[in-house]
Write a protein of this length. Structure first.
Length: 220
């Protein structure tokens, strides 16, 4: 199955570095990030897991849970964690799913159905497509999907920026322009007439074009 924006995030049970989880129960009623890795003890992923651990307080502040996944066993994750702590200064402080039967990777359309049913003997290149980031909302719907090549480390600061936008636009009738950051002006959605917008957004509305109206960040 393919995963599209607005789809319900597929549910599953799996072993993790913090015990067995039922994914939807683990999600609860908040936001979450699921990010995947093709194999343990790979260089780019080592830097990503360490950086994610360093900035986890920023995700906590936004009410966003973090969970990682690699197709290797949980025992390997624990051993890899020591290397991550040594080289990056911070060990993963969030659960890591062990997907040794490739079930979650297939469920989330990161590997084809014919990929087999075991991670044993597979190289990072065999799992090169297991490089996705999924942001899941409180309604358990997929809000964002990012796919990176193995050679390019992911930008988790950008992920925080996008989450800020999605959380803002989920509660206010606005959209965010290119390169928006928290506190910048936002765009009034086109379903709201200008006169109504001026009443709703008391900080003011600027009409650049009839279809392009801006207002100060209503959450600031």
């Amino acid at each position: 199955m393919s995963i599209r924006l607005g789809d319900t995030a597929p549910d599953f049970e799996a072993d993790t570095t913090e015990g067995r989880i039922h994914f939807h129960e683990w999600l609860g009623d908040g936001w979450a990030v699921l990010f995947s890795h093709p194999k343990d003890f790979t260089p780019v992923c080592t830097t990503e897991l360490g950086y994610m651990a360093k900035i986890k307080p920023e995700f906590d502040r936004r009410g966003v849970k973090i969970i990682g996944i690699s197709v290797d066993p949980v025992d390997d994750h624990h051993r890899w964690s020591k290397d991550i702590a040594e080289t990056q200064g911070t060990a993963p402080n969030y659960p890591m799913i062990g997907d040794t039967e490739l079930k979650v990777a297939k469920l989330y359309d990161m590997l084809p159905a014919g990929a087999g049913d075991s991670s044993a003997g597979r190289t990072p290149a065999d799992n090169a497509t297991v490089r996705n980031v999924f942001v899941i909302g409180p309604d358990k719907k997929v809000k964002l999907v990012l796919v990176y090549p193995m050679s390019t480390g992911r930008n988790f600061d950008e992920l925080l920026r996008v989450i800020d936008s999605m959380q803002l636009t989920a509660t206010h009738s606005v959209a965010t322009p290119a390169n928006w950051n928290r506190g910048d002006d936002v765009i009034v959605v086109n379903t709201i007439p200008t006169e109504e917008a001026r009443k709703r957004f008391t900080k003011g509305v600027t009409e650049v074009k009839p279809y392009l109206r801006t207002t100060p960040d209503p959450s600031a």
